[in-house]
Design a protein around this ligand. Structure first.
Ligand code: THU
Length: 137
């Protein structure tokens, strides 16, 4: 399914592409970038950061969210996130990131995902990514 992106969503994808440049992914060779749109319009970057102890890897989506929270931005106010990964036709956030997105994004946030094929770009709601999420806030 192809999506028509707004200019703001397209800008966010460009930011996610730039964020992917900072990746530390020598084990998977699978760079991922994320760009988080904050309530005040600021865009926070995240990338995947791997470790030789593989289980310690942090995905780009969580890197962006944790960076924003660490900078004092309020949880559940983030309006959108773009995720970009050039080594796959269309990137799809992992289960762990879906759980974290469900808790920390604004409830009506959209997640824009793009891989090597722009025509395959998808825009997801949080409910689509993780239906019936464990969330009691
Ligand atoms: N990864 C992300 O950063 N985000 C995703 O949505 C999927 C996977 C990372 C984790 C690991 O560094 C590499 O991609 C391969 O799984």
């Amino acid at each position: 399914m192809s999506e028509q992106l707004s200019s703001e969503q397209q800008r966010l994808i460009e930011a996610a592409k730039a964020a992917a440049q900072a990746t530390w992914s020598p084990y998977s060779n699978f760079p991922v970038g994320a760009a988080l749109l904050c309530a005040d319009g600021e865009v926070i970057h995240g990338c995947n950061v791997e470790n030789i102890s593989f289980g310690l890897t942090n995905c780009a989506e969580r890197s962006a969210l944790f960076a924003a929270i660490s900078r004092g931005m309020a949880p559940r106010t983030f309006k959108a996130m773009a995720v970009y990964a050039p080594k796959v036709e269309l990137i799809s956030p992992c289960g762990a990131c879906r759980q974290v997105l469900a808790e920390l994004m604004a409830p009506d946030a959209l997640i824009v995902c793009q891989g090597s094929d722009p025509a395959a770009t998808r825009v997801w709601t949080l409910e689509q990514l993780l239906p019936g999420a464990f969330n009691h806030l």
